[in-house]
Design a protein around this ligand. Structure first.
Ligand SMILES: Nc1ncnc2c1ncn2[C@@H]1O[C@H](COP(=O)(O)OP(=O)(O)O)[C@@H](O)[C@H]1O
Ligand SMILES: [Mg+2]
Length: 658
């Protein structure tokens, strides 16, 4: 779990909220005018008691009906002015605040896209979702309302008390006595409330995760009759959230009670004292009326302080939660800066710069090698200098969240794939095949060693360039809610209809033409309206549509029937001739596509050779290929979520590699 529970000691509400400034800055003019308008409106409200005083001591005392009517007219005008000004404030803030919210959300989304895969491995998606929705909504409300009203009500209270003291300072002092206890109570409240608010918002995130997971995994839940236990788990979480919310409500009720009662008592005392003074003749009736109406007019600003503080607390928490994500360093292409991304690293985000630093030094040399040497069109079995094609040199990898004492997932990987060659990667489940393929497009950074493509270190390329060179298709064929065509064309910038048709043909995905709208058919969320094999073929089409120089396929044909697989393989053969490819394979038929095979065992390449050589010379390989190894099951259950039949450890693995 990420750094979720920040203790109250290392946070300050104001400091947290100040971080919003960059987003608020563009609309500061509007926000400021809105505040001024609201202050004026509020002070107009304070003039009303003064008119009352004038009426009571003047026309009312003199029994002058004309004067009373005039006073009533003044009051009406003042009331109207107050209403119009408050309306104006609303109008001033609505649009800019919606803009701030949208900008913050867009930034968050953009940032999430650029965060390393390792970040998403660690953070539950519900935590991210809730930050992008609930927390940002809280912030918008805060900027539009409590922020302005803390200022407005503060000013109103100040001005009000000046008026009170000027009218009758002894009575004013009576009203001022509750200030000290109120400030103390508010401070206590703030500390407590901030902790509860944080807990509640984190729990909303946990709840969102459960909802999201069970919606995505609905087939498994139903297939195993797990809806009851799932509902129980959900209820437990929402019960927990309910408790927290009740705790919040109790705190709010407490402070609300104190903030309303204490001033009422003070007003009561002032009323008694004032009446005595009027009776003694030391005070005019009009002054007492004005005094009390002013005091009553201040009731709302004072009472509102409680929930304004509560809302500010929640917003401070929301800001923290927002910036916890925003502060995690993005993947960056620090090609000119050998020190790597140093700043803006979140507390739990480990900075790994070792690979990048070494890489930068070699970049220039590698580029030269590429331009001077024969870069393109080296025949598959022609002699190369060992720098062309895809080369792994002493690559080691450990997952960022792995125990540092544990053995690395991959170690001392030395593998050279010649230009145009196809290398099959074979190994038992968990041997590290998927991990190895993920290093090529730099979804994870190798912890040591380097990978070169045509002699260029991938760590020295920008990710964009690298991902333009390399195409991937993973075990889990992920599709998006878009049309079939759009899903495939994601694989290449600017590919046209011809390319699309060609890619679909290679992947034997002609079934798309029988779909209701052909390639314009929408596939549902995650493509679940298609069969596993259909999704795999679309994912394969996406991998080949851009005619990539380098192709990385992680067991791309596992869900296909033998007949379709043979057809795909026949078509894929042409593509593979033009590209340098690494293909994870479980079945002999897929291995046949490759020129050579590398056998991965417990994170090490233990043998490289042709299929026949390894079959004869390597017992482990022979066992894996004969189908009676422990991996054999995986072939018959290519995608547990589709079949509804489940091999527990395969399911666990699918869940994790999602
Ligand atoms: N995101 C991850 N975080 C931590 N460990 C992982 C992660 N993905 C895989 N592993 C671990 O790395 C090892 C190799 O996994 P993987 O490369 O998926 O194997 P294969 O594809 O050969 O079945 C496994 O022991 C697995 O538990
Ligand atoms: Mg795998």
């Amino acid at each position: 779990m990420p750094e979720k529970h920040v203790g109250p000691k290392d946070r300050s509400t104001v400091r947290s909220l100040l971080r919003l400034w960059p987003y608020v800055k563009p609309v500061r003019g509007r926000l400021f005018s809105a505040a001024v308008v609201a202050v004026v409106a509020s002070c107009v409200g304070l003039v009303i008691p003064l008119v009352l005083k004038w009426m009571v001591d003047g026309p009312v005392a003199d029994r002058d009906p004309g004067g009373v009517w005039l006073g009533a007219l003044y009051l009406l005008l003042l009331g109207l002015a107050e209403a119009v000004l408050f309306g104006l404030r609303r109008w001033l803030v609505a649009r800019p605040m919606a803009g701030v919210e949208a900008a913050m959300r867009a930034d968050l989304y953009r940032h999430l896209q650029r965060l390393p895969v390792a970040f998403h491995d660690r953070w539950p998606s519900g935590q991210l979702l809730s930050r992008a929705t609930t927390d940002l909504m809280l912030l918008r409300m805060f900027l539009a309302f409590p922020l302005i009203f803390l200022l407005v009500n503060g000013t109103t209270i100040l001005v009000g008390f000046v008026i009170l003291l000027m009218q009758q300072w002894t009575l004013g002092l009576v009203l001022l006595t509750p200030v000290v206890p109120l400030v103390i109570v508010c401070a206590l409240f703030e500390t407590k409330y901030s902790a509860v608010a944080r807990r509640a918002q984190d729990q909303v995130g946990d709840l969102t995760t459960v909802v999201e997971e069970s919606v995505l995994g609905i087939r498994i839940i139903k297939g195993f009759g797990r809806h009851r236990s799932q509902a129980r788990a959900f209820r437990a979480l929402s019960e927990r959230l309910r408790e927290t919310e009740l705790g919040k409500a109790r705190l709010l009720a407490g402070i609300w009670a104190v903030i309303t009662t204490v001033p009422e008592l003070a007003i009561g005392a002032a009323l008694v004292l004032g009446t005595i003074q009027v009776a003694d003749g030391g005070l005019s009736a009009g002054t007492l009326v004005a005094f009390l109406s002013t005091a009553l007019a201040l009731r709302w600003p004072i009472e509102s302080i409680g929930f304004l503080l509560a809302m500010s607390q929640e917003s401070a928490t929301a800001t923290e939660r927002y910036f916890e994500v925003m502060d995690v360093a993005e993947e960056r292409d620090d090609l000119s800066e050998p020190t790597g991304p140093a700043e803006a690293t979140g507390p739990t985000e480990p900075t790994r710069t070792a690979g990048a630093a070494g890489a930068t030094r070699t970049a220039g040399a590698a580029d030269e090698a590429r331009t001077t040497g024969a870069a393109d069109g080296v025949p598959a079995d022609g002699p190369t200098d060992g720098r062309e094609g895809m080369v792994f040199e002493g690559v080691e990898f450990r997952y960022p969240d792995a125990d540092p004492r544990s053995a690395p997932v991959l170690s001392r990987i030395d593998l050279s794939i010649r230009p145009g060659e196809t290398m099959a990667l074979v190994g038992a489940t968990g041997s590290g095949k998927t991990t190895l393929t993920a290093l090529v497009p730099r979804l994870y950074e190798a912890t040591a060693g380097r990978i070169t493509l045509d002699g260029r270190d991938i760590a020295a390329m920008s990710r964009q360039e690298l991902r333009g060179l390399v195409s991937v298709a993973f075990e889990e064929p992920t599709l998006f809610s878009a049309t079939v065509g759009e899903n495939v064309l994601m694989g290449a910038d600017g590919a046209g209809q011809d390319e699309l048709r060609r890619a679909l043909a290679i992947a034997q995905a002609d079934f798309v033409h029988d779909l209701p709208d052909g390639i314009g058919t929408q596939v549902g969320e995650q493509g679940l309206s298609l069969s596993g094999g259909q999704r795999q073929r679309l994912a394969l089409a996406r991998a080949v549509v851009g005619r990539p120089r380098f192709l990385v396929l992680d067991d791309p044909l596992s869900a296909l029937d033998v007949h379709t697989e043979a057809l795909v393989e026949a078509a894929l053969r042409q593509v593979l001739e033009e590209t340098t490819a690494i293909v994870v394979a479980h079945r002999p038929s897929t291995v046949m596509l490759a020129d050579r095979v590398a056998l991965l065992s417990e994170g090490r390449i233990v043998a490289v050779g042709t299929h026949q050589e390894l079959l004869r010379g390597n017992a482990e390989y022979a066992r894996l290929m004969s189908g009676d190894g422990d991996d054999a099951e995986q072939d018959s259950f290519p995608d547990p979520s589709i079949d509804g039949r489940l091999v527990p450890d395969v399911a666990a693995e699918k869940g994790r590699t999602r």
